[in-house]
Design a protein around this ligand. Structure first.
Ligand SMILES: [Zn+2]
Ligand SMILES: [Zn+2]
Length: 208
């Protein structure tokens, strides 16, 4: 199954221009099997997601992108809206207690812009980023960062033995599915997505 694990829609994410209904149409058009709504700090209601999916044939999942003091973390299976400042350790405790799953989003966003590469940051040094100790996986393909940022994330994930996921992080409908995560099995609901993530068997691809 081809799933975009990282998407933002308006108005739940104020920074997004994607109308959820247009998102469904675009996802179908580009051949996705499903996607996961990961608004900032807001979890969709299950009823609203079911209504959105309607008879589209797509499977729509619910996640959340939580801003921590150490970076953005995508969470799946956490039925709790987290508001205010939280550390990545605190979030990790919540995730573990709930049996949820966390992915460090775009871990090296701005890697090039902020000149870290000019300082010749090695993969070993990058691996010391604290948040990496408190997540289940790393987003190694994010549609909103540079190739260099993604490459560093992939090298770090490989070095640490963490699974790597892909997601578009789309805020515009044209960006939906730029990167996706591919699962071999059929996944029909949030619980099954959580199980598939924990099983760790998935690959990343460009989805459009
Ligand atoms: Zn983010
Ligand atoms: Zn995002």
């Amino acid at each position: 199954m081809k799933i975009d694990l990282h998407l933002h829609t308006a108005p739940r994410s104020q920074c997004s221009y994607i109308d959820p209904i247009e998102l469904v149409a675009e996802a179908k058009k580009i051949g996705l099997d499903g996607f996961c709504l990961t608004e900032h700090q807001v979890l969709w209601d299950i009823e609203a997601v079911q209504e959105l999916a309607g008879d589209s044939g797509l499977t729509i999942f619910r996640g959340n992108e939580i801003t921590t003091a150490q970076g953005d973390v995508l969470v799946y299976g956490l039925e709790k809206d987290i508001q205010g400042i939280i550390t990545v350790q605190e979030l990790h405790q919540e995730v573990q207690a709930a049996g949820a799953y966390s992915i460090l989003a775009h871990p090296f966003r701005g890697f090039k812009t902020f000149g870290i590469s000019d300082l010749h940051m090695s993969v070993e040094q990058a691996c010391k980023k604290k948040a990496l100790q408190f997540v289940n996986a790393v987003e190694i393909r994010n549609g909103k960062v540079t190739d260099q940022d993604n490459e560093m994330a992939e090298k770090v994930a490989n070095k640490l033995g963490l699974p790597g996921t892909g997601g578009s992080d789309a805020h515009n409908v044209d960006d939906v599915g730029t990167f996706i995560t591919v699962f071999e099995q059929e996944i029909q609901n949030d619980r099954q997505l959580l199980e598939a993530l924990h099983a760790g068997i998935f690959t990343v691809e460009a989805g459009r």
